[in-house]
Design a protein around this ligand. Structure first.
Ligand SMILES: Nc1ncnc2c1ncn2[C@@H]1O[C@H](COP(=O)(O)OP(=O)(O)OP(=O)(O)O)[C@@H](O)[C@H]1O
Ligand SMILES: [Mg+2]
Length: 256
């Protein structure tokens, strides 16, 4: 559903690459968590998937579409929610949802059904008639997630979607992701919330200094860490794994 092949990106000529030879894939029905320290290259990668940044080299495909050569088809296949969604302050939530539904060509019946359900879940039914300029950060995040689901995308690309969500909304978000992948959809999201990644994701990748240093199921990564730590047994948590893999070294091997 998503394939990234050997992608490298520098922001300035001669600067160290923000993303360096990155390859990974996300299958249909899979939730893939993209982890890494601040400045590791997560947002840069996500912006390249969304078509907002162009890779210096390498290729990104969404479904059957190359993001570089079939950008509109690739975009039609996915929804993207940035880490700090810039919505339109002078629109009401409802106007914004209708705008997104119009862009994606979603029928009146489908948009009403999909948005209505999520607005109810997120308790936004009243606020949706107010101007977005009056929304809190969490309300913006919930509206952006609702808008992302309106086109029923095959791939959801989310940059730190949990930030600003209250516990109930975070719980609803997780259910929504599970439901999305149960019906064959895929999710690629970055997060710093490791226990969510551990419980929600089928596979995770850890990026450090622009390089993917580990990728696989949580169990794969735990085994890798146990081998690296020469047979240390017991229950390694994802947090311990993350700290071990990202502690200075950028050369810990991992499966793609
Ligand atoms: N617009 C930009 N211009 C120049 N350098 C940038 C720009 N955006 C990001 N970078 C650099 O690229 C590298 C990767 O940044 P990126 O935002 O992708 O990290 P991240 O993994 O998303 O971090 P965080 O967890 O803090 O969100 C960092 O060294 C950062 O300084
Ligand atoms: Mg980021």
């Amino acid at each position: 559903m998503l394939r990234i092949d050997g992608v490298t990106k520098s922001y300035r000529p001669g600067a160290p690459p923000a993303v360096n030879g990155l390859s990974l894939h996300v299958l249909p029905g899979e939730i893939y968590g993209f982890l890494g320290p601040n400045g590791a290259g997560k947002t840069t990668t996500i912006k390249m998937i969304a078509g907002l940044l162009t890779p210096d080299s390498g290729k990104i495909s969404v479904g059957d579409f190359d993001v570089a050569t079939a950008p509109v088809d690739a975009k039609r296949t996915m929804s993207y929610v940035p880490d700090d969604p810039e919505l339109f302050d002078k629109l009401t939530g409802l106007e914004y949802l209708n705008f997104i539904a119009d862009v994606y060509g979603v029928s009146q019946a489908d948009r009403a059904r999909r948005a209505g359900r999520l607005l109810e879940m997120f308790e936004l039914q009243k606020a949706v008639r107010d101007l977005i300029g009056s929304y809190s950060h969490g309300m913006r995040q919930k509206l952006a997630l609702t808008a992302a689901m309106v086109p029923a995308p095959r791939l959801l690309v989310l940059d730190e979607p949990m930030v600003g969500l209250d516990p109930r909304s975070a719980h609803l978000f997780k259910s929504l992701m599970n439901e999305h992948c149960s019906s064959g959809g895929s999710v690629f999201f970055s997060t710093h919330v490791l226990d969510v990644a551990e419980r929600l994701c089928h596979r995770v990748g850890i990026i450090n200094k622009g390089r993917l240093i580990a990728s696989g199921t949580i169990d794969d990564l735990k085994r890798l860490q146990q081998v690296a730590a020469e047979g240390s047994s017991g229950d390694t948590t994802l947090e311990e794994l993350f700290l071990a893999l990202t502690s200075g070294s950028d050369s810990v091997g991992g499966a793609r």
